[in-house]
Design a protein around this ligand. Structure first.
Ligand code: GLC
Length: 436
């Protein structure tokens, strides 16, 4: 464990809670998963011929993307400046494999950063450690390109490849990203897959030695001391945020018994890059519940959109984003600045609790609408006022006359809120409790 490594500023991060992930690159044209180069063993030259030479996002309107994100209530974004395929959205001086050399003929990252900043969102860069295009990235049998090839073929392709030169290239590119675009708030490296038995054989896996993670991390801290860095450099202690991907932690994420800053990253459907034919799309309600679930466990949600090769968010994504925005418009104060509730408040069945320690307000998110009343243990005599958040309609509390019959089944500390028969017409109703 590396001790005393410097860390970034996560204060804004744990306040803002909700960000947009954007996976956009040549794979958007394949429209069948951002790993298609690897999954289908497409050789570099063939991949270039098909996609690099034709990438022409003529409908790209970063202002529209930024508005969609802001309207959904997102406060920061993280965009794939380079994904595993190696293609760069910005005008990197260190490679020709970049947007300005496609039919797009321009830097696509800069206008995006400007547009999102214009909407008040903080800036995050995803940068892939893995690179299936770079001539010095040592090809391995795990994640590398040409995964179908034999040992012999691989050895041949690896002749002349020097992983250290690739590590140097990465430092150069990350330097460009951290010096050419103003303040960067999040840096999202992706990802390591160490082989414990062969830590220096990069044909078997890639670890901190393959990336020269320590050097890289030190440079990042020199250039942008406060940037929030994710946890995928394989360098213990060199991270600010844990990043569970495609799963939801059951409780606040801990490391060595300590609660840590964490952010779940989730997709709207199964793929990160634009996928035309996939129909495992999550519903708006499910996505809203996912955001609430994160915050109720002290975490953030980074929700992904995969724009099309022509540069648009497709209708399914826009539908989810606007639905989330509808909910956020009325309920965002149960998200921003909120965290897990103190233990003494017991979460009722089918609910999540979020808590704003600054305002001392407790939010009860109801995933299922209860029958007439909601009982919450630990809250009796603690509440000053209760209302539904969507329309600020008062909720009365305490037991009705006839309910006293069941009073003995309620704990001494149980608060009973009386609810209308009909569920409010919002995806997830929220009760706002003003505590004494
Ligand atoms: C992964 C995948 C990837 C995606 C990322 C997002 O590790 O390789 O395609 O970009 O996770 O978390």
């Amino acid at each position: 464990m590396e001790k005393n490594l410097p860390h970034g500023d996560t204060e804004w991060f744990v306040n803002d809670r909700f960000g947009m992930f954007i996976h956009w690159g040549l794979y958007s044209m394949g429209a069948r998963h951002e790993w298609l180069m690897n999954k289908e063993n497409i050789p570099v030259a063939e991949y270039e011929r098909r996609y690099f030479q034709r990438f022409d996002p003529d409908l790209y309107n970063p202002e529209a993307w930024a508005r969609a994100a802001a309207d959904a209530g997102m406060k920061y974004f993280v965009v794939t400046t380079k994904h595993h395929e190696g293609f760069c959205l910005w005008d990197s001086k260190l490679t020709d494999y970049k947007a300005p050399n496609t039919p797009a003929k321009r830097d696509l990252l800069r206008p995006l950063v400007e547009a999102f900043r214009g909407q008040g969102l903080k800036t995050g860069f995803y940068y892939s450690l893995i690179d299936w295009h770079h001539p010095h990235f040592v090809i391995d049998n795990r994640i590398g390109p040409y995964r179908g090839c034999t040992e012999k073929e691989r050895a041949k392709m690896n002749q002349g490849r020097v992983q250290a030169r690739y590590a140097e290239y990465m430092r150069g590119q990350v330097r460009e990203l951290l010096t050419g675009f103003g303040q960067v708030d999040v840096l999202w490296f992706d990802f390591s897959y160490p082989d414990k038995e062969h830590p220096n054989d990069f044909t078997k896996g890639k670890n901190r030695n393959a990336w020269q993670s320590k050097k890289l991390y030190q440079m990042v801290r020199e250039l942008q001391p406060s940037v929030v860095v994710d946890d995928r450099l394989d360098l213990p202690g060199a991270w600010d945020v844990k990043t569970p991907e495609q799963w939801q932690p059951r409780e606040w994420y801990t490391v060595e018994g300590q609660r840590v800053v964490w952010e779940a990253c989730q997709t709207l459907s199964g793929s990160w890059g634009y996928h035309r034919d996939e129909d495992s799309w999550r519903s708006t309600d499910e996505l809203i519940r996912t955001l609430i679930d994160c915050v109720s466990k002290g975490g953030n949600l980074l929700l992904n959109v995969g724009p099309t090769g022509r540069g648009e968010f497709d209708a399914r994504a826009l539908d989810r984003l606007s639905g989330i925005g509808e909910w956020m418009k009325r309920h965002n104060r149960a998200i921003y600045g909120c965290t897990a509730a103190p233990h003494e408040f017991k979460t009722p069945e089918h609910c999540r609790l979020t808590w704003n320690p600054g305002t001392k307000r407790l939010y009860v998110h109801l995933f299922a609408w209860p029958y007439g009343a909601l009982h919450i243990d630990g809250l009796k005599d603690r509440v000053e006022y209760a209302q539904l958040l969507n329309d600020s309609s008062e909720l009365q509390y305490g037991l009705g006359e006839w309910q006293h019959q069941i009073g003995d089944r309620l704990g001494n500390s149980t608060l009973t809120l009386r609810l209308p028969a009909r569920k409010p017409d919002v995806a997830v109703p929220v009760i706002e409790l003003f505590l004494k």
